[in-house]
Design a protein around this ligand. Structure first.
Ligand code: G3P
Length: 214
């Protein structure tokens, strides 16, 4: 299994609208053994799907079926737009365990991969019992900062790997190849990155710096 780099566009201005398409196209040009997965805003999924060959995950889905659900993200819609997976319970979009469970099941029904994010080991364990494709440990206090989870809190990654029944990803503050390699050494199967790429003036270079391509 190739290591994963999930690029979370969040709602950064630099990764909104046509700027999101530009980052996606640049990422698509990188030839690497690392699986690059894009996580744009839902409004950009369709266009990125038509213009790149990369896998696209939604940043969130709601545990709902078609019907009267104003303002929600319907799993079927993101599937039809071209997404192949979704994040669930990102620390910026927390869900109850029941909602995570329902959303995970609905995603599976539509053939979507799931990455359940968690702030702590207890939630990693509960999330892994729901049998997603991945769980992802992200200490919220390190998100968007300059210090990587791999150096600030390596133990949380090894503990997540120990308690989880499914492959573990990690994220928060990851910005270079040392962080990426350390994550893999600690047992993670890949990383989630946002600010180091989306806020960079040269996103392609920022991606290559993380995965170690010249
Ligand atoms: O989902 C990834 C994210 O929360 C990590 O953010 O900016 O620390 O790379 P960042």
């Amino acid at each position: 299994m190739n290591p994963k780099l999930i690029i979370n566009f969040k709602t950064y201005k630099q990764a909104t609208g046509q700027k999101a398409i530009k980052i996606a196209k640049k990422a698509d040009k990188i030839d690497s053994e690392v699986d690059i997965i894009l996580c744009p805003q839902p409004t950009n999924i369709k266009e990125i799907y038509t213009k790149t060959d990369l896998n696209i995950y939604s940043q969130h889905i709601d545990p709902i079926k078609p019907g009267s659900n104003t303002g929600h993200i319907l799993p079927l819609s993101i599937k039809k737009a071209g997404a192949t997976g979704t994040l669930l319970n990102h620390s910026e979009k927390n869900m109850t365990l029941k909602k995570i469970e329902n959303a995970n099941q609905l995603a599976k029904k539509h053939g979507l991969k799931t990455v359940i994010c968690a702030n702590n080991i207890k939630t990693i364990k509960a999330a892994s019992n729901l049998n997603p494709d991945y769980v992802a440990i992200e200490p919220p206090e390190l998100i968007g900062g300059d210090v990587s989870v791999t150096s600030a809190d390596p133990q949380i990654i090894t503990e997540a790997v120990e308690v989880s029944e499914v492959p573990v990803l990690c994220g928060a503050g990851v910005s270079n190849n040392e962080d990426f390699q350390k994550a893999l050494e600690l047992g993670a199967k890949g990383v989630l990155v946002a600010s180091a790429i989306t806020k960079s003036k040269k996103p392609k270079k920022a991606i290559k710096k993380i995965i170690g391509e010249n």
